[in-house]
Design a protein around this ligand. Structure first.
Ligand SMILES: [Zn+2]
Length: 322
């Protein structure tokens, strides 16, 4: 809404994989723990995994220690309006039918971006043989009980769960934590966030997640996995205005340099060093899980310059990540 990114008003949308699952059934109980990569499964790809830890250290949380409490009791948790998805706050994504709808509503823009990502990756030569779309994008409010990765709240940011192949997103994240970091959630910034999570789905399809052995540190596999997801997001961003949908229509018809710049800015704003600084902490690379601002920008741009060659995004073989 209101952004320069424009969708082809005549294009048809497929809303079958995007759904509003409402507010979480329960907010207490077990947490998902550290949302890093755990072997071949579990929760991966929280775009800003360390934020809630730092917020907790800053006293923004409800006190006490432990990640569980940070997740369940942070001041940044949005109020869930109603329970179990039965409240009036849920959005019917089935009403998103055309690009015109996507131009008018942020919710339908999410559907359009998902469609464009699916169109792009299903035809990507190095992926198409393995391709299947993600199970769903589950939009939740406040908290969610995932099918494969336990409970989560808004605080953890958008994430991908490989055990149920679903992207989880509370759009309130953009107005709370992302804003805290100085981010401006323009429509294409939101698209970048989804493209990053979709990148984790592609990694899941390609078996890349099994490569992850080390979870923290500047050269860790976790950082390499995250930077690769940024690179994949860049690949899609470069192609977004040319990918045809199943009807032969290009879904995203207008994307400005400013859109791209905002997405690059967002990649920086979720850099581990930036977040550590912004939250008043010491920059400690040993705690990095996602990579520095410079690295995230570098790999997003590497993806944009990859000319659809996924090998350009081989962060696992890269000697230098920045
Ligand atoms: Zn990620």
């Amino acid at each position: 809404m209101g952004g320069p990114m424009r969708f082809n008003s005549k294009a048809n949308l497929d809303s079958s994989r995007t759904r509003d699952v409402g507010g979480g059934g329960r907010t207490g109980g077990g947490s998902i723990g550290l949302p890093h990569v755990a072997g071949g499964g579990g929760v991966v790809g929280v775009i800003i995994a360390i934020i809630y830890v730092i917020i907790q250290m800053q006293g923004g949380g409800s006190g006490g220690g432990g990640l569980g409490q940070a997740i369940n009791g942070s001041a940044f948790t949005t109020n869930s309006v109603g329970l179990s998805g039965s409240s009036g706050s849920t959005f019917d994504y089935g009403t998103c039918e055309t690009g015109e709808d996507a131009n008018r509503s942020d919710e339908c823009a999410l559907v359009a971006v998902e469609n464009s990502l699916t169109d792009y990756w299903s035809k990507q030569p190095q992926v198409s043989g393995h391709f299947q779309p993600e199970q769903a994008i589950d939009v939740f409010h406040g908290s969610v009980q995932t099918n494969g990765c336990g409970n989560a709240t808004t605080d953890v940011g958008p994430f991908y769960c490989s055990d149920d192949q679903t992207i989880y997103l509370d759009t309130a994240f953009y107005d709370t934590i992302f804003k805290q970091l100085g981010g401006d959630a323009t429509p294409f910034v939101r698209a970048y966030v989804i493209a990053h999570e979709y990148g984790h789905h592609i990694q899941d399809l390609l078996g890349t997640m099994g490569k992850v052995r080390t979870q923290q540190g500047p050269d860790s596999d976790s950082v390499r996995l995250e930077l690769q997801a940024d690179c994949y997001a860049g690949m899609w961003a470069a192609a977004a205005t040319t990918v045809p949908d199943s009807d032969g229509n290009v879904l995203i018809e207008d994307l400005t340099q400013q859109d791209i710049n905002h997405a690059i800015g967002a990649a920086k704003e979720v850099g581990d060093d930036y977040i550590q600084q912004r939250m008043g902490g010491r920059v400690n690379p040993e705690q990095w899980t996602h990579g520095s601002s410079a690295e995230r920008e570098h790999w997003f741009q590497t993806g944009m310059n990859a000319h659809d060659d996924i090998k350009a995004c081989d962060t696992f073989s890269a000697r230098k990540l920045g």
